[in-house]
Write a protein that binds this ligand. Structure first.
Ligand code: ARG
Length: 416
């Protein structure tokens, strides 16, 4: 039988995917102590500096203070947007209709980059700070293994069996600084959103407290006057706003700021994790929500009802793969072939009204829109020949009417 868990008691070198938070900071010490290993750390810049631009320097200093051999910070913002956020927008990726996959898709890029660094440094053991209960472990492990089957992946949190309270003690014992937020919540941030869980959020019957939100203003405190913004798309990809082309990272930043100001993108979710646990999660995803809503609206405008109906099914399947850790599955490529084909005509602009927590689509325009004013108008000048209805309705309803009659007949037999 294969032994589950770590294969050895001692490792030479381990590359730890390091966020600078409580778990992975304790982990540096723990890996050094338990496996006598030289620990290397890697932090991915996926745009977390929305909250604090200097944080990557602080993370690096913290890593060296805890005795790591070498720390790597990689600016992956452009790649994150191009290869992960754009596909999510094109697939209208909202897991269970609510969560825009912000943490989920970031994990794949982190795993791939960690493998690259490890290979370059001659390291064949990776470690990360995921518990054995969540989705992130699945995403990181499957992706890393697929790209480097020879790599061993350690999950110290499963091994050390410390609760958050014990971690806190361990941190104090080893002089590991704990930030205020760290004390309470487990968070993850990138360009596309902020996830927050643990502490009081674990009680689904209690409304998330204000201190669990860091980006967005409370909707009741948002400006009393609505603000409008147009988002411009080309082939399903957001390219600018209010008619002005922008670099995609900047555009997301712009949407983020305006969304936060109006309290947009606060999500509270009773979520089904891949492993079957239900968990209570909260998110702040102002830019993601605006982008996906706007994209979906524009797509619906330029597609036929048949395309729209089938796209919903494809999107849902894509979203589940992306959520459940199966980014590498060839099914994603196949689904994306369809998604990209449909998105070739998703070009145009969508106008959003931001007001006290809501981001409402109020208008759209596209050279490929299938709406035809001449046909649709209720004015007398309409070119739509209404007499065609006399023929259409009986044919359209024919089979359903037959079925209805049979249903009635069966009902009568049953009664006898
Ligand atoms: N439930 C979300 C997901 O699976 C967010 C996970 C957030 N992770 C965290 N460490 N707080 O994608």
């Amino acid at each position: 039988m294969t032994k589950l868990g770590p294969k050895k008691d001692k490792y030479d070198k381990i590359l730890l995917m390091y966020s600078g938070g409580l778990d992975t900071s304790c982990m540096i010490k723990w890996l050094q102590e338990n496996y006598s290993a030289q620990v290397y750390t890697f932090t991915a810049d996926l745009g977390q500096e929305f909250a604090d631009p200097s944080r990557f320097k602080v993370i690096e200093e913290k890593a060296y203070k805890l005795g790591v051999m070498k720390h790597f910070t990689k600016d992956l913002k452009e790649a994150f947007v191009k290869d992960y956020i754009f596909p999510t927008i094109k697939a209208n990726g909202l897991y269970q209709g609510i969560y825009p996959l912000s943490t989920a898709v970031g994990r794949y890029l982190i795993a791939i980059e960690a493998v690259k660094i490890a290979k370059k440094e001659g390291i064949n053991v990776l470690a990360h700070g995921c518990t054995g209960k969540g989705n992130d472990q699945i995403r990181l492990n499957i992706t890393a293994k697929a790209h480097a089957p020879e790599m061993e992946i350690l999950q110290p949190i499963i091994e050390w069996n410390m609760g958050r309270d014990e971690e806190m003690k361990y941190a104090k014992m080893h002089d590991i600084p704990i930030s205020k937020q760290n004390k309470k919540y487990s968070t993850d941030e990138n360009l596309f959103g902020r996830s927050c869980e643990c502490d009081i959020l674990e009680k689904p019957e209690i409304e998330p407290p204000e201190d669990s939100r860091e980006w967005t203003i409370a909707p009741e405190k948002a400006p009393d006057i609505p603000e409008y913004i147009w988002i411009n798309f080309e082939e399903g990809i957001p390219v600018g706003s209010n008619g002005e082309n922008m670099n995609s990272v900047e555009l997301i930043g712009k949407l983020h700021n305006i969304g936060c100001k109006h309290g947009v993108g606060r999500i509270e979710h009773m979520e089904d994790r891949a492993i079957g646990l239900k968990s209570r999660e909260t998110y702040e995803v102002p830019a993601a929500l605006m982008l996906i809503k706007a994209h979906k609206d524009l797509e619906k405008y330029v597609c036929t009802k048949h395309e729209n109906s089938f796209k919903t099914i494809v999107d849902q399947r894509w979203t589940e793969l992306a959520y459940e850790g199966l980014w590498i599955d060839p099914l994603r490529d196949a689904l994306e072939a369809f998604i990209n084909e449909v998105n070739r005509k998703v070009t145009g602009s969508v106008k959003i009204r931001l007001f006290k927590g809501s981001a409402e689509i109020v208008a759209r325009e596209s050279p490929y829109g299938l709406y035809d004013l001449n046909l649709a108008t209720y004015e007398t000048k309409s070119t739509f020949d209404q007499t065609l209805s006399y023929g259409f309705i009986p044919i359209w309803g024919m089979q359903s009417e037959l079925g209805f009659l049979i249903k009635k007949k069966i009902g009568q037999f049953k009664r006898n």
